[in-house]
Design a protein around this ligand. Structure first.
Ligand SMILES: Cc1cc2nc3c(=O)[nH]c(=O)nc-3n(C[C@H](O)[C@H](O)[C@H](O)COP(=O)(O)OP(=O)(O)OC[C@H]3O[C@@H](n4cnc5c(N)ncnc54)[C@H](O)[C@@H]3O)c2cc1C
Length: 460
C-alpha cells in the first residue's frame, strides 16, 4: 500500500506521521510554502503570536500519544492558574463565569430569574428522537432563553464563532445530547459522571489526562516542526494537487510542484484539504459527492493581536472574555494571551488576541488589517476598559476560518460516508467533517491511519 496525503495542516500531517510510523509508505503534498495550515506561531518584537489556534485541552489520548511519539511531552506548557477564570461580556460589563453550581446561583452572570430557570434544568425532559435540533433550541429546552442567549452563545462563539440558532447541537456538542439521552437532565448527568469518575479513581483506576489548557514552549508551531522533521522528504511543500483520477483499482494525482507537473500513483488517497478544495477535486469523479462536500460552510474570522508595553496597563485577569451575539458588539471575544501563557511575551508586556467576524459578522473580516486593528482596540476600550495604546499589532485573516456544523451536518456526513463507499481507497480527513478542534483532528487522523493499516494487514 502507498498513500498520498493531500494537505499539510495538522490533519494531513498527523495522518501521514501515523501511517509512516506504522510502516506504511506515505507522502504528503502541501500546496503552500509551509506546513501547518491554520496552525502557525510567529516570533516578532518580543511577542510569540499564533496565527490560528492558541491552545488545546490536554485531555485527548491521541494528542498525548502524538506528542510522546515526537518526544514533545517535556515541551508541553500548561496555562497559568490565573487563566482558570473566564469572563463573559453581558449587561454592560465583563462578568466572571462561576466555576461551581453554588457560585453560579450566587453570581450575577445572569439575572436571578434566569439563574433559577437553569436550576430548573433538573426537571427537563428528553427531546423527541430523530430531530436535529439547533444548539439554541436544545439550550432553551434545558437552560431557558436567557442562559442560552448569554452562556451557550458565548461558549459556542469561543469554539465555532457560529450562529447558535444554526449550529446543530448533535454535531457540535455531542456530549450534551448523550447526557440528555442517558440521564434526561444535563445537571443530573454531570453529577453522575463525576460520581463514576470519583469511584473509578478511588478504586485505583488510572487518572484521566489533566484536561489543562496547553500549548508547547515555542507555541503550537513546535508540534508542526516536529511533524515536519519526522516526515522529512516525505512531506512536499509547494506541491498542489490539481486533479485526481481512478486508474486500475488505484489513484493517479496530477501534482504541480515548483512549476513542474508530475503524475503520482497511490493505492490510497487521503484528502485533508478544506471542504471547498476537496469538492473541486471530487467534482470530475462524483458530482453528487462533491456537491454534498461543497455545502459545508465556513465562517470567516480575523485574529487581531494587540501588544502593550510593560507598565502601560495592568495585566488582564483570567483566560479572556467572550461576547454573546445579543450584545451586538464587533468583537467575538479576546484571549489574554500574556496572562494565559506568560512565556509568550518578553518583559511584562501584555498581549490581547482578539477575534472578529465569525458567522455573526462575516463582512468585518473583509476590512484591511489597519481597520481590523483599530476596530479591535476600540472594542477593547469599550468592553475591557483598555486605555493604553498598543505598540505591537499583528493581524491574520481567515476567509474560510471555522467550519460550521449547522443543522443537517450529521445527515450530510452520513450521505458523504455512504458516497465514499463508491470510491475504494479514497478518504476525507480534516476539520470540515467530524470535529474542528486540534484534538479532534489528531484523533480522527489516528483513527483513519489505523483503519488503513489494519485493513492492509488483514489483506496480507
Ligand atoms: C482563528 C482560529 C482559531 C482556532 N483556535 C483553535 C484553538 O484554540 N484550539 C483548537 O483546538 N482549535 C482551534 N482552531 C481550529 C483548528 O486550528 C483547525 O480546525 C485545524 O488546525 C484544521 O486543521 P486541518 O489540517 O484540518 O486543516 P487546515 O489547517 O486548513 O489544512 C489544510 C491544508 O490543505 C492545504 N491545501 C489546500 N489545497 C490544497 C491542494 N490542492 N493540494 C495540496 N494541499 C492543499 C492548505 O494549504 C492547508 O495547509 C482554530 C482555527 C482558527 C482558524
Amino acid at each position: 500500500m502507498n498513500v498520498a496525503v493531500v494537505g499539510g495542516g495538522i490533519s494531513g500531517l498527523a495522518v501521514a506521521h501515523r501511517l509512516r510510523s506504522r510502516g506504511t509508505d506515505a507522502v504528503l503534498l502541501e500546496t503552500s510554502g509551509r506546513l501547518g495550515g491554520a496552525v502557525g506561531t510567529h516570533a516578532r518584537d518580543g511577542y510569540l503570536v499564533e496565527q490560528g489556534p492558541n491552545s488545546f485541552l490536554d485531555r485527548e489520548p491521541a494528542t498525548r500519544e502524538l506528542a510522546a511519539a515526537l518526544n514533545l511531552e517535556g515541551r508541553i506548557r500548561v496555562a497559568d492558574p490565573l487563566a482558570k477564570r473566564r469572563y463573559v461580556y453581558t449587561r454592560g460589563r465583563l462578568r466572571s463565569v462561576p466555576s461551581s453550581p453554588p457560585a453560579f446561583l450566587a453570581s450575577d452572570i445572569l439575572p436571578l430569574g434566569a439563574r433559577l430557570r437553569v436550576a430548573g434544568e433538573l426537571f427537563s425532559g428528553r427531546a423527541p428522537t430523530g430531530i436535529d435540533e439547533s444548539l439554541a433550541e436544545f439550550g432553551r429546552r434545558h437552560l431557558g432563553r436567557t442562559a442560552t442567549q448569554v452562556l451557550l452563545d458565548a461558549v459556542q462563539t469561543g469554539i465555532y464563532a457560529g450562529d447558535v440558532e444554526q449550529l446543530s447541537v448533535a454535531a457540535t456538542f455531542p456530549m450534551l445530547v448523550d447526557l440528555e439521552r442517558k440521564h434526561r437532565s444535563l445537571i443530573l448527568g454531570a453529577i453522575r459522571a463525576q460520581q463514576v469518575q470519583r469511584r473509578a479513581l478511588s478504586a485505583g483506576g488510572t487518572p484521566k489526562l489533566s484536561g489543562a489548557l496547553s500549548t508547547f514552549d515555542g507555541g503550537l508551531q513546535v508540534l508542526i516542526d516536529a511533524l515536519a522533521t519526522s516526515l522529512g522528504d516525505a512531506a512536499h511543500v509547494g506541491a498542489q494537487v490539481e486533479c485526481l483520477t481512478r486508474v486500475d483499482g488505484g489513484w493517479k494525482l496530477m501534482v504541480e510542484e515548483r512549476g513542474q507537473r508530475a503524475e503520482l500513483s497511490a493505492s490510497q488517497v487521503v484528502l485533508a484539504v478544506p471542504a471547498h478544495v476537496a469538492a473541486e477535486l471530487l467534482r470530475p469523479l462524483d458530482d453528487a459527492l462533491a456537491a454534498q462536500v461543497a455545502r459545508i460552510d465556513y465562517a470567516p474570522i480575523a485574529v487581531v493581536h494587540l501588544g502593550f508595553d510593560a507598565g502601560t496597563l495592568p495585566a488582564p485577569d483570567g483566560f479572556g472574555f467572550l461576547v454573546p451575539s445579543g450584545e451586538k458588539r464587533r468583537l467575538l471575544g479576546a484571549i489574554h494571551a500574556s496572562t494565559t501563557f506568560p512565556f509568550r511575551v518578553e518583559g511584562g508586556r501584555v498581549l490581547y488576541t482578539c477575534m472578529v467576524g465569525g458567522a455573526r459578522q462575516p463582512e468585518l473580516v473583509r476590512q484591511d488589517e489597519a481597520a481590523l486593528a483599530a476596530l479591535a482596540l476600540e472594542e477593547l476600550r469599550a468592553l475591557a476598559g483598555v486605555t493604553a495604546q498598543p505598540t505591537f499589532t499583528q493581524v491574520y485573516r481567515w476567509q474560510r476560518g471555522i467550519p460550521q456544523y449547522n443543522v443537517g451536518h450529521l445527515e450530510r456526513m452520513a450521505g458523504i460516508d455512504a458516497a465514499l463507499q463508491r470510491w475504494p481507497g479514497l478518504h476525507l480527513a480534516g476539520n470540515a467533517y467530524k470535529g474542528i478542534g486540534l484534538n479532534d483532528c489528531i484523533r480522527n487522523a489516528a483513527r483513519l491511519a489505523d483503519a488503513l493499516t489494519d485493513e492492509e494487514s488483514v489483506r496480507k
